[in-house]
Write a protein that binds this ligand. Structure first.
Ligand code: NAD
Length: 453
């Protein structure tokens, strides 16, 4: 496929100014909304074929997210795209100052496979809400969902406005050679670096939504029942293939045993079996094998069984884990939950601070000093107190990583800003200007300027 040609057509379309029109953007957002609703069953079928994800999970963690984003922008595009008047300083009187949310132009969105609809369509929706064109490249790993999205995008959008390109490394490498005005990438830190390097050649701004090892601290003061229930849900939804899932637990040594028992009781209660609708498959055999290798048979507290034919790995909790174990050397991205312990709270924070900055961090506690220290002393993309994962569902919070877990953020108005340039314009009156700044310079003028500035 001639990607250069698609991009040139998109640039021509962008230059026609059509996407600047807010009514035009809304019309296409509505068309996309209708298409998603009309194709809901097909979206369920495709994702089930890719990795056995249930309708319930697909609706709650994917389709509802995209619909919510569309509704948010339909409601807020007018105010978000309206120029913002700001005050004008004395040196620029008489004048007025405004910030324009200017669409960046032609954007490239590269998606990941683990929430294939949400992670491809939500950034794309945001890109077009902000007035850009978009080339969307979903992950080839979840190939059925990529095909389902391709059909919808082709039906809804003219290719010079939004185009979906299927493909993997080869196609993405070709796309990254082109000069976009913005690249929005979701995926691993390793590939994020490749994208960043390619973007640098054209000085293209990037947003990188990456991963990492997100900790969950359980203090001795925590409500164990709530902590265990929420951690088990957030870890094993999508079989642990969630960028913001708690990767490992740091629990106070004093309460470790009773907390582990509570975790186990919830795993049993939630009935995560190969056949149950509340559990998904591991995406492919490569990841299945990578994960199985991480399970140290001597450290299994619960779970540990797997079935390659069904790409099923039981929810597995490992205890007596140390930082030297294989499971602590990389992002797990699967249903394995290692538990480490600490003796005092600052030690837990120190352990987190010694690792790369995580995408998320979670703290379960009733102690306000611990909350204060957790929030202020360690760096992480975002997180929750007494919950996991749910911060990303609040559109009023920017979602993104820091350091190794990413650059930039999106969701709600932050997404709109991510896909816009803040263009500053000073509009000056042609009258009423003192002659102070113009030559010839005199002592008198300087004294006046000193007073004014
Ligand atoms: P990945 O980095 O392997 O792939 C992401 C995308 O990059 C895919 O579209 C793929 O086709 C493309 N790609 C892969 N190799 C490439 C290469 N060499 N050159 C150019 N493009 C290439 O990631 P993944 O396996 O799809 O997703 C898992 C990772 O993504 C995890 O690290 C996870 O934490 C992270 N993630 C982050 C978020 C977030 O919002 N921050 C969300 C989901 C997943």
């Amino acid at each position: 496929m001639d990607f250069q040609n698609i991009l040139e057509k998109q640039r021509e379309f962008f230059n026609s100014q059509k996407t600047k029109n807010v009514k035009f953007r809304k019309m296409y957002l509505k068309k996309l909304r209708d298409a998603l609703v009309n194709n809901e069953q097909e979206l369920y079928r495709a994702i089930f074929e890719d990795f056995g994800k249930s309708k319930f999970d697909t609706y709650t963690t994917e389709i509802s997210f995209v619909l919510k984003d569309i509704d948010y922008y339909l409601k807020n595009i007018n105010s978000l795209s309206k120029p913002k008047k700001v005050s004008t300083n004395l040196a620029n009187q008489f004048g007025s100052s405004k910030i324009y949310s200017d669409p960046l132009g032609c954007t490239l969105v590269i998606g990941a496979w683990n929430y294939p609809y949400q992670l491809s369509l939500s950034p794309m929706v945001t890109a077009i809400a902000a007035g850009n064109t978009c080339i969307l490249k979903p992950s080839e790993v979840s190939e059925n969902t990529a095909k389902a999205m391709s059909k919808i995008i082709t039906d809804v959008f003219p290719p010079e406005y939004v185009s979906l390109i299927e493909g993997g490394v080869e196609e993405t490498t070709e796309l990254l050679k082109l000069k976009f005005d913005k690249i929005f990438f979701t995926g691993s830190t390793k590939v994020g670096k490749i994208v960043y390097e390619a973007a640098a050649k054209n000085l293209t701004p990037v947003t990188l939504e990456l991963g990492g090892k997100s900790p969950a601290i359980v203090s001795s003061t925590a409500d164990f029942d709530v902590a265990a229930k929420r951690i088990v849900w957030g870890k094993f939804i999508n079989a642990g293939q969630t960028c913001v899932a708690p990767d490992y637990i740091l629990v106070d040594e004093k309460v470790k045993d009773s907390f582990l028992d509570t975790l186990k009781s919830y795993i049993q209660k939630f009935e995560y079996t190969a056949e149950s609708p509340q559990y998904t498959q591991i995406i492919n055999i490569r990841n299945f094998e990578r994960l199985v290798k991480m399970i140290d048979q001597d450290k299994i507290f619960v779970g540990g069984n797997s079935d390659a034919a069904k790409r099923f790995i039981e929810p597995t909790i490992l205890h007596n884990v140390t930082w030297d174990d294989a499971v602590m050397k990389e992002e797990i991205f699967g249903p394995i939950l290692p538990v480490l312990t600490f003796n005092n709270f600052n030690e837990a924070l120190r352990m987190i601070a010694e690792q790369e900055k995580p995408l998320s961090a979670y703290l379960f506690t009733k102690d306000s000093d611990e909350i204060e220290n957790f929030v202020n002393k360690i760096s992480f993309g975002g997180g929750c107190i007494n919950d996991v994962v749910m911060h990303l569902s609040n559109d009023n919070l920017p979602f993104g990583g820091v350091g190794n877990s990413g650059i930039g953020s999106y969701h709600g108005k932050y997404g709109f800003q991510t896909f816009s340039h803040q263009k500053s314009v000073l509009d000056r009156a042609t009258w009423g200007e003192p002659d102070l700044k113009y030559p010839p310079y005199t002592e008198d003028k300087l004294n006046w300027i000193k007073k004014l500035l």
